[in-house]
Write a protein that binds this ligand. Structure first.
Ligand code: HEC
Length: 142
């Protein structure tokens, strides 16, 4: 009985730690106005989505389609995915599980796309995402 309680407690702690890190510790951009959201949604569809989608099966969206074990899941529809990615903290500038951090990582176990699976993003492409993330961050902090 005691052991069971202990297991339940451990599970609970692990689960809350995971959800905390996925949510990025409050970085869910809750201060954005509806107008801001609309502007960023349009920019996401125009600037970021083609990069995430490029390469079909081997693209970010191709791999993260719900079949790989990852908190990041793209439905394939930019309009639906953006609000979710935003809320789940994937645009936080310096979170270890955010898109930008994983794309820029030099650590083979962290970098996205995983080494050998698809081409790394060119600097100019990373900068497009970097600018997007910076602009979002500024809006949130304003
Ligand atoms: C070949 C399949 C594959 C491709 C392509 C791929 N990923 Fe991943 N990604 C994974 C797997 C598997 C994980 C979970 C393991 C890990 O954390 O490394 C992951 C983890 C992540 C995470 C951490 C989210 C989490 O689960 O905590 C992010 C963010 C991410 N990927 C972004 C990207 C982006 C952005 C691209 C495109 C540049 C990309 N991935 C391309 C397989 C892929």
């Amino acid at each position: 009985m005691k052991l069971r309680l202990f297991c339940a407690l451990t599970l609970f702690l692990v689960a809350s730690a995971v959800s905390f890190s996925v949510a990025g510790g409050g970085g869910n951009f809750d201060k954005l106005t509806d107008a801001d959201r609309k502007v960023f949604q349009e920019r996401f569809t125009k600037e970021i989505w083609p990069l995430l989608h490029r390469g079909g099966k081997d693209s970010c969206t191709g791999c993260h389609n719900g079949k790989v074990v990852s908190a990041l899941k793209y439905s394939g529809n930019a309009d639906k995915d953006f609000p979710k990615l935003l809320k789940d903290g994937f645009f936080i500038p310096d979170d270890s599980g955010s898109m930008l951090t994983r794309i820029m990582s030099k650590n083979k176990k962290q970098m996205m796309p995983p080494p050998g699976k698809a081409e790394r993003w060119k600097d100019a492409e990373v900068q497009v995402l970097q600018k997007f993330v910076d602009d979002l961050d500024k809006k949130q902090k304003k």
